[in-house]
Structure formats: C-alpha cells, structure tokens
Design a protein around this ligand. Sequence first.
Ligand code: SF4
Length: 431
Amino acid sequence: MSAVQTLERNSELEAGILARAKAAGLEAIAEKVFAEERLSIEDGRALYATPHLHVLGELANWVREKHHGDRTYFNVNQHINYTNYCNKFCKFCSFDRLPGQEGGYQFSPEEAATKIREHLEDPVTEVHMVGGVWPKIPYQYYLDLLRAVKAAKPSIHIKAFTMVELDQIQKVAGKPMSEVLADLVEAGLGSCPGGGAEVFAARIHEEGYKLKINGDEWLDIARQVHNAGLRSNCTMLHGHVETVDEKLDHLNKLRLLQDETGGFQTYIPLSFHPENNEWGELSPGPTALDELREIAVARLMLDNIDHIKSYWILMELAIAQTSLSFGADDVDGTVVEERIYHDAGATTPQETARADTAPNFLSIGVLRVSELRGLRWVCTLRTLSRSFRTSRLSRGYPPRICRPSWPTSRPLRSAWARSCRARPWRWRTNS
Ligand code: SF4
C-alpha cells in the first residue's frame, strides 16, 4: 500500500470512528485522541461512564495500533513466589500465611534455583519473583535468592520485588534505598514488577491495607527505582470497593510520575478475585466487560506508558485475547506456576508452555505468530469473533456492547438473543 493510500485509509478509519464517537457523545474525546492531546480527568469520567464500550474500544485500539501496529507481545517466563509469609493482612489477599499456618512456606534460595533448573530445557528468558512481606527474613536472604537464581541460569532476566517488598528489604538492610538497590542489582536484579500499589486513594488504603506503604510511599520508591536505572511495571487493583474518581486519581499519579522518570514499561490492571479473602463479601470482582473497559481507559489515559498488559492468568485467555482489540498489546507470558491469584479463585491453567501458548491463541483464531524477535514473541492480530464464544462475554451480555461483528452466524445470533432475554444485562460502573 502506498503512503497516499495508507493516509486515505487512516483518515477513512478515523472518520468512521469519529462518527460513532459522535453518536456515543464522545466526539470531543475522539478529537483529542486523534490529535494526541492528553485526556483530562473529566474525559476519564466520561470513558468510565459511557455504555458504548465498543466505541471506547475502537478509540483505544486506534492508539494501540498507532504505537504497536498489529504486534502483540508475550514472553517465555516463569513465576516464583518465594514465600507467602506476610504480616500486612491486606483484606483482598488470599495468598498470605503466618508461619505455622497450613499452607505457609518459604523457599530457600537453593529451592528457588531448583525451580529454575527444572525448566532449563524450556526457553525461559525471565523470572518474575514476588512474595509476602515477612520482617524475619534477613537482608542476606534476598541477595542470596537473586544470586542462586542467576547461578542456575545466568542468561535469565530477574524481575523481582514490588515496591512493598523493597520497602521491607530496605528496613532490614538498615541503609538508604539507593544502596539497597545497588546491592540487589549487583546480585542480579534486572527490573521490578508493578504490584503492591492497589489503589493509591487514602480511603481504600485505610480500609483495606493500612499496614503496608501508602500510595505516596509506593510512588516515591518507584521513583527511586527508576532513578537507580531500573525499569518497573505499574498496576492498579480494580473491581472491589474503589470509585471511578479514585481510579482516575491513581492513573493520573502514574502518568505524572512517568512524565518525571519515564521508568514505567508496562501498565497492568489487576482484577480483584473474591475467593478466600475478606473483601470477597463486598464484591464479586469485575466482569469481563469491566476488564475490557479498564484496558481501554488505561490505553487512553496513560498516554506516556508504552505497553498495556492483559494479564491472562487473571482474565482468562479468551478475554485477554479480546482485550487486544481494546488497547492491550501484551498478554504476559508462560508463567509456569502462579500462586497469588489462584489462591484467590483464579481458574486459569497454572502453566501455559511456550509450545502451547501460540497454538492457544491460534486455535481460537485471534493471533498468528509471525516472527520471534529477541526475547519476545511477536504476534499478529486477526479476527476476534471466535474468542467471544469461549469467554465470559458470552454469558448473557447483549451484542451491542461487544464488537458489532459478533456473532457471525444466524444460529449463534439466535442463541445469543435467547441468552440475553434469559438474563437481562446490568451495567456495573463501580461508582
Ligand atoms: S497483598 Fe502482599 S502485602 Fe498484602 S497481605 Fe498479601 S502478600 Fe502481604
């Protein structure tokens, strides 16, 4: 396609989206998106409130394709949750235990290294290592853990320790964070994950996780991590007791820190899971549509963070795949063993081997693996229609809020209509 044809196609596409945005009352936002202007908090409110999820998805997908074309990323990684001992008692958590409690554990550095060695045959390039916050773990343990993992596989990239864990590590180290980070990097730390932020709002911190660092402290540690030359991810736990304004404040704070440091690589909305924790009584967790909305709003609000990730282990593969048309460009990785969200009721497989991951995406017609670039697989987006058949979207939501092309065949449309009549649609705004 020539440059002129591409331009014509793009303006045609924008005109179509603009027309639909106008009908949905989102024209001013669409114009800002096309002009690459930063969206305001007020715009964010409109995005959370609109019932026109497909228009929101189209806008987010426009930005996603502008930045990443049809590329989607996942990596071949392995998770190690080195301990579940924790004294923070967060009300949404199903993972934490106290020593002596059934299911409590702490891996020795050697045990963690053994887990790496068990997968030496697999082309794992990254280990994601997080755990609970337990003050009796000495500083040396964290350094030994990193060194043991690195010794087991010298080529592996270690992404470890959330800002909450770093706060604890600094406390036991008894020295400035800059020196702690230098020690950890020397021992093998390559980057930091984005968990532990939950929602920055003081109200929710007080209500749900007041024993751990607050939002300002989380942001300050992230700043120090970035200033030390490390990159990190960032997250928001959604679908529990938060309001729309609290979510927008959270996103805005991440956006402002990113303006300052540029250190966030990926934003990941984390879906609250209600099983085996105190907050389970307050909320059943987000629906698939909530998850798609979080992805799309994040893509539009976080204009300075490159990657928006659908963490498939939380969302189910089919929804993660669907989210690739709502702004996400990354679906995490092969994982191998995940405990935190499975303790809270996640029903996704514990592991998706690399050999299975691509066929999993291929089998429902979403992605075509086109090439392998460096550490990450690069996939090409294809049609999404079949993914709806296997996702939570197909459990009673009307087609008007899904992609207009679904479902594709007459028998499926009839089945869809029957299911919609049987279970009337209700929209949850969390506000
Ligand atoms: S979320 Fe993390 S800090 Fe909070 S109780 Fe669970 S393991 Fe501990």
